[in-house]
Design a protein around this ligand. Sequence first.
Ligand code: NAP
Ligand code: MG
Length: 504
Amino acid sequence: MNLADIQAAVGLRTPIRHQLFIDGRFVDAESGETQATLNPHDNSVIAEVAMAGHTDVDKAVAAATKAFPAWSRMAAADRGRILLKLADLIEANAEELARLESLDTGHPLRDSRNLDVPRTAACFRYFGGMADKLQGDVVPVEVGFLNYLLREPLGVVGQVVPWNFPLMFTSWKMGPALAAGNTIVLKPAEITPLSTLKIAELMSEAGMPDGVVNIVPGLGSVAGQYIAEHPGIAKIAFTGSTATGRRIVQASAGNLKKVQLELGGKGANIVFDDANLLAAVNGSAWAIFHNQGQACIAGSRLVLHERIADEFLDKFITLAKSIKLGNPLDASTEMGPLTSRMHRDRVLAYVDVAREQGGEVLAGGKGPSASDLANGCYVEPTIVKARSFKDRVAQEEVFGPFVTVLTFKDDAEAMQIANSTDYGLGSGLWTRDLQRAHKMARDMHAGMVWINSYKRVNPGSPFGGVGQSGYGREMGFEAMREYTQVKSVWVNVDAQIPPWYPRA
Ligand code: NAP
Ligand code: MG
């Protein structure tokens, strides 16, 4: 099928964008190189997408550098207005964006429609409103001096995003950076560039000046690495694996870029014996199976009090087995395919890793048998009981619909398990005991804790991790601070300063 036929087949009204977006225009890569982006439902080719090389990144940085003075000096409210307009356009094109995201990533349409697109619009709207809310400060210094603090944008920022929530992460990254007055060179993941390119189109429509936002799909090892190294880029913000995060830190050293990292996680989701069991079962399924488990904050370690473990698992396994796997573009699908074949294989390999260490597969552990899903990257909801919290499946991020079950006897053991990994991103707990809940929240080595819920996000609430889950925070006022630097300005109003040197 050609691109126009695919477009029609999935109900898209407008062309699928597949070129780089530099200085306000869609252009081919200088080298002419392209790479196919696939539909993970059946691994058919959707589009050949231009792949940026060094020259293209250089052009994008040049465009962003040229656009920076005017954009950063524009009235903050006017920058905000463009982001607010973009949020409206995202809502006006909601179905288009939802279908495109489902096609390219495998997100079930009900997720793309109900979560990805509304959250993307909400994020741009939040930061549109935030643009003129971040204020400087005045410091009460010595008599006779006025010391004020300016919050200034950094300049050109590089942003590298992964394939698990491409649309939503585009807004998490670009919203605060743009509101604060920075210009951007963003690289989407090579396997999921389509929704980000569509956002670029809508940005132009919203009145974004040329060069403020540049999108350079390409290989991480080429375009991503070059962005991290680039001397013209003041900061790099990255979401992805911890291993790549380390590489980015090293690459950033050349010009001492500011770095912000949102890396992997191995979320502990603890269920105490006094929890509302039904709420905990439903919430724990959401924690791991939403988006096929491809979430850094997934509740991928299910830590159960031994008194309720059997009853909980009974209900949880029944729920997991009832989840409807299918074509993401079918509105009744609850779980789609993983986003790539390579990743599907990686996730399934962990089933063997679990068995080798004495783990027991309680559900799933394989692809579905339905013939219409045979060519896709599907994995059944998988529940594995591990022997120890030290096992690989209890320590390493699987990033799929794969949950590792562990049990505990008392609060101290629950906390020991929760804090036993190098990661520290999201975590959760289910209990009716108020004191225990707050105590656990205090002691958990994590950037986010959910009590009697899991995986809540909001544009106003800081998102990020500790330990090997990275540093820096997305969203909220924190994100605006991450994309600005403080300048301290001293004014001698009427200070009595001796002529040269204070004499005793
Ligand atoms: P990854 O390699 O970290 O990829 C994330 C992004 O970084 C992609 O855009 C990637 O480009 C780019 N990249 C790769 N190497 C780079 C480099 N040397 N310099 C700059 N950018 C580079 O993640 P992955 O390989 O796709 O996934 C592997 C694992 O990472 C997953 O299984 C999961 O454990 C973790 N992960 C975590 C998150 C999260 O939300 N925290 C998201 C995705 C993955 P390409 O497009 O070429 O890959
Ligand atoms: Mg794809």
